[in-house]
Design a protein around this ligand. Structure first.
Ligand code: IMP
Ligand code: MG
Length: 174
């Protein structure tokens, strides 16, 4: 697959993504039995993951989204931008953050701190992808779909310069 100047090869097939997401959802259903968690997706990258995950969640649960872009083209800008769009009251809520990918982990640790400050009962993270070698900060990530190498990936919500999100599979830079 080609996007602008870059060529990508298949990394995770659509079927494998869907299977893994169903397993992650089942684990969450079991872990949160008797609770009513608030799911918060991090836009834009998580939109497909959230949609597919929520179809398997059987708990009474709310879904909302926040936004904070820290990536310009292929490099992390290094600065965490302001968290916008959080209209839900998260005081005394069991929050589960849904993220497409954790790279340096800086975005996620900032978001978790903010949620704890606002009085959430618990804050857990479920990420579809994790680049363990890229982690620059200690983040407590409870649910991980796939651990991948630190090469750049696109598809299934993830973009290269805004493109490539509209694919059911995940592709890696060749
Ligand atoms: P972090 O703060 O470095 O963990 O940045 C995480 C965010 O960067 C993710 O939510 C993605 O939006 C973006 N990102 C990180 N790695 C990739 C990648 O390989 N492809 C596309 N976006 C990525
Ligand atoms: Mg993201």
């Amino acid at each position: 697959m080609k996007i602008k100047d870059k060529t990508f090869k298949i990394l995770i097939q659509e079927k494998d993504l869907q299977e893994k997401i169903a397993i992650m959802a089942k684990t969450i259903n079991d872990d949160y039995e008797g609770k009513a968690p608030l799911f918060i997706g991090v836009l834009n990258g998580s939109f497909m993951f959230v949609a597919d995950m929520m179809k398997h969640i059987t708990l009474p649960s709310k879904v909302s989204f926040i936004k904070l872009a820290s990536y310009a083209k292929m490099e992390s800008s290094g600065t965490v931008k302001e968290l916008i769009g959080l209209n839900e009251n998260i005081f005394k809520q069991d929050v589960i953050i849904l993220e497409d990918i954790i790279d340096s982990g800086i975005t996620m640790s900032t978001v978790m701190e903010e949620f704890k400050e606002r009085g959430a009962s618990s804050v857990a993270v479920a990420t579809l992808l994790l680049k363990p070698k890229s982690l620059k900060t200690k983040v407590d990530i409870k649910y991980v779909g796939f651990e991948i190498s630190d090469e750049f990936v696109v598809g299934y919500g993830l973009d290269y310069d805004g493109l490539g999100r509209n694919s059911g599979a995940i592709y890696q830079l060749k």
